[in-house]
Design a protein around this ligand. Structure first.
Ligand code: NOJ
Length: 806
């Protein structure tokens, strides 16, 4: 069963059957103002922080058929009654003649036909604006005149999203709405909790006369709410009650008489759901966006901003599903994780227990460096500002208040209150930023550490470079019995929570990678002594890992506090872990023989047709001594599930070892765009990577969940572009080092890099996987495979011939 198709020309996925197995969503706007729109028009909109400034009340836990956050009702007058339906299918569930939800770049467009009316509704947030526009066009296709009304409806939440759920005393007593009629019958319907009345209001308004409105949910649904969202009783009356709510469940419903539409005739209505300090402050913007031409321009500006972002890299390979992901959907998902981290989706519901994750966002930043370098730099600054002076980092922070916390560790005060990996990711992210941009001055920029004095001022500040050095120094001083990094509460795998004293091989490898990055940077700065110091630390850890963590056919993953290994053939469960193998290659700690053997073991024990499992066999019962991993049944999530974030690391490891066939096979087998015909098994959106897929120990093997907000986005993009296609930013320039499946005859790419454009043509006449035999730039042969950063605004042609280097 298929639920839609890819329209690559328009950079859309088009859903043609609204009854998808789970809700599919798209994102509009940014963290500053925006959120998610589901494929039947429900909307979860927030400004700045989903937990502290949420606008619409979207309850993801309700069934797919329920009203969520907002909808549009249309009604056709039929004698003394009205036929009322939603062109979004939900919540009225009327039979449709046509239903399309176009999932576009920063917009959703629903095109539907019901009862002789065609609706074409585009929802988007204009770049930089704090308003969601709904551009509604209604066309009579009935062949006879139809008298039509349009009623957009929004349901508000208290801005403190959790309080809305937990406090049904305080919240309803504070929620208020007020109508501001304007000339020509226009109306602004404002809403606020009482305490924010004079500082921050939400509003719904439109560009056509409003004949009546409602702001109280009970009155809108009618009959003490025994009227329903599917059949609101108030919409059977000619007009709404024009009630300004003084408390209760606040909504905004605006009734517009569109008049009688002749056959073929179209009416356009534009609504705005926005936030502003006051109605007065909102008026100029509202007036501007009532103008149809302004809205058209805003939509064109949105398209242009996505074009700018995506044009940092476009590729043409022999695999159309790979092109579709690398050119459109994967960078779009990276944009989304960059904005919302793991904070706001249908699975990570943004009620405040998370916030912006330190390790997550550091990795997310690495996915958008070419397209959004300035924005990435700003995020890196914010992350660095929640690093502790001792070098470790707070686990997550709240984006409006910059208040940070130790995350889930707080629930287990008996365990260490830090994660052993968090701070090391920032070393990778900052170095990646420097290699992309050449902006070495960033290293000298002062950034405060997290700790504050009584006056709220930072107790210590250090340069960005100092932050990076503090990060590796922290790990160097935080070692266990084998001289390996202590696990802390957890490492990348949040769910393995061992007693204090346990050691993490993942953190050892990440530390190794961070040291290599620092050494590379310092060499580039001409500081060979400092570089040498970090390389000595690297060799020291490499020797320890190889002395104690080789298990015979693969690398061990952890040592418990008493020295018991986990991820060893000696274990009954959790015998082998994917990350222990792939990261032994990424760190460079594995000797060539061990690297090959470890990656072959990964292939043999962990690979499935749906992706690589994180570990096997799964734990089968709750064990507090192991922690979160044992809360899942075998095959789910971190407990032997296909935890997709870890898959690109295996792709990268295979590419580093020169095995282009396997690297590509791993890439292709998790490409969601190749799953469009398997949705009844997969269930999630086929245009984004999900966080997890149930593994083969689970009866529902192949079922995906937690789509959108996953580190898979950034790493799949890095794996595809930097390791398979081999387009790698370095301090000296753009290195071209592809690792292709041998069957490929080559590929083409257009890459923007440090102010110049590179038209790259890779030919693979001998069908090798790795090796650059010749490289010419603008017709002139170049030694090596690093193309200089010309920074001249021009386009340069790069011809690469793969084969044995001369
Ligand atoms: C999801 C979390 O957001 C991420 O930080 C973590 O690394 C993975 N789960 C694995 O546990």
């Amino acid at each position: 069963m298929e639920y839609g198709y890819f329209d690559d020309r328009n950079r859309e996925y088009v859903i043609t059957n609204p009854k998808t197995p789970v809700k599919w969503i798209n994102y509009v706007g940014t963290l500053a103002f925006g959120g998610l729109i589901d494929h039947t028009g429900g909307a979860l909109i927030c400004a700045g922080d989903p937990a502290l400034n949420r606008i619409t009340r979207y309850l993801a836990l309700l069934p797919g058929s329920e009203f969520k956050g907002q909808t549009l009702y249309l009604r056709i007058r039929e004698g003394s009654r009205y036929r009322v339906f939603s062109p979004f299918f939900v919540p009225t569930l009327d039979p449709y003649d046509r239903y399309e939800c176009h999932v576009g770049l920063g917009y959703v467009r629903i095109v539907s036909e019901f009862y002789g009316l065609r609706a074409n509704v585009t929802l988007f947030v204009p770049p930089g604006e704090a308003r969601l526009l709904e551009d509604i066009r209604i066309t009579n296709i009935a062949g006879r005149p139809l008298e039509v009304d349009a009623v957009p409806v929004v349901e508000y939440t208290h801005p403190d999203a959790l309080k809305q759920i937990t406090n049904a005393d305080w919240v309803p007593q504070t929620m208020q709405s007020k109508a501001y009629p304007e000339a020509g019958g226009l109306l602004i319907l404002a809403q606020y909790p009482f305490m924010l009345r004079d500082t921050r209001i939400n509003y719904l308004t439109s560009n056509r006369p409003v004949s009546s409105f409602e702001s109280d949910r009970r009155r809108f649904l009618g009959d003490n709410e025994y009227g329903t969202w599917a059949r609101p009783l108030s919409l059977q009356a000619a007009e709404l009650g024009c009630y300004e709510a003084q408390r209760g469940d606040n909504i905004a419903a605006l009734l517009h008489h569109l008049g009688t539409l002749a056959p073929g005739e179209t009416r356009r209505l534009i609504t705005q759901l926005g936030q502003a300090p006051s109605v007065e402050a909102a008026r100029p913007g509202i007036a501007a966006y009532r103008d149809e031409a302004r809205v058209d321009r805003a939509f064109a500006e949105l398209a242009a901003s996505w074009e700018r972002y995506l044009s940092s890299l476009q590729v043409e390979t022999p695999d159309p599903a790979m092109d579709r992901m690398l050119n459109i959907h994967n960078p779009r998902q990276c944009h989304t994780t960059f904005q919302w981290s793991r904070y706001l989706s249908l699975y990570q519901t943004g009620y405040g227990e998370r916030g912006i994750g330190f390790r997550d966002s550091a990795q997310d930043a690495m996915g958008v460096l070419a397209g959004l370098p300035q924005e990435a730099k700003e995020l890196l600054r914010r992350l660095l500002s929640v690093q502790r002076a001792g070098g470790s980092a707070m686990h997550q922070f709240n984006p409006l208040t910059m208040q940070a916390s130790v995350g889930d560790a707080a629930e287990r005060p008996d365990l260490p209150q830090y994660y052993s990996d968090d701070h090391l990711w920032i070393v990778l992210a900052v170095c990646a930023y420097l290699k992309e941009t050449g902006d070495l001055a960033f290293l000298d920029e002062p950034v405060p550490y997290y700790e504050r004095g009584r006056d709220g001022r930072p107790l210590a500040t250090g340069s960005v470079r100092h932050h990076l050095e503090a990060a590796v120094e922290f790990t160097r001083g935080d070692l266990g019995a084998h001289g390996l990094p202590l696990l802390g509460f957890a490492d990348w795998n949040d769910t393995v929570n061992l007693r204090a004293g346990a050691e993490s091989l993942f953190t050892a490898h990440l530390y190794g990678r961070a040291l290599l990055e620092l050494a590379d940077l310092l060499r580039h700065l001409g500081e060979t002594v400092a570089a040498g110091k970090y390389l000595a630390w690297y060799e020291e850890m490499k020797a320890r890992v190889n002395a104690c963590a080789w298990d015979g056919a693969w690398y061990i993953r952890y040592f418990d506090a008493d020295g018991t290994p986990l991820g060893s053939h000696a274990n009954a469960q959790g015998q082998i872990y994917a990350n222990a193998q792939s990261w032994a290659v990424l760190s460079g700690f594995a000797t060539p023989e061990r690297a090959r053997r470890a990656m072959d073991s990964l292939y043999e024990w962990l690979n499935t047709p749906c992706g690589i499992k994180l570990s096997m066999p799964g734990f089968n019962g709750f064990d507090p001594a192991r922690g979160g991993i044992t809360t899942y049944p075998p095959g789910a999530k971190e407990n032997g599930g296909i935890f997709l974030h870890a898959n690109p690391w295996a792709i990268i490891a295979e590419a580093l070892l020169g095995n282009g066939d396997r690297a590509y096979a791993y890439y292709a087998q998790i490409n969601p765009a190749a799953r469009n015909d398997q949705i009844d098994t997969f269930e999630c959106e086929p245009w984004v990577y999900p966080q997890n897929i149930l593994g083969d120990e689970h009866p529902q093997f192949g079922l995906a969940r937690n789509s959108w907000l996953t580190g898979t986005a950034s790493w799949a993009y890095q794996a595809g572009t930097q390791y398979i296609l081999g387009l790698q930013p370095t301090y000296a320039g753009l290195r071209i080092d592809p690792c292709l499946p041998a069957a490929w005859a080559g590929y083409r790419a257009r890459r923007r890099f440090r102010g110049a454009t590179y038209e790259i043509e890779v030919a693979n006449p001998e069908h090798v996987s790795r090796g650059v035999a010749r490289l010419a730039v603008d017709g002139r042969p170049l030694q090596g495979n690093v193309v200089p950063a010309f920074a001249d605004g021009a386009t340069h042609h790069v011809e690469v011939t793969m084969g044995q280097p001369a």
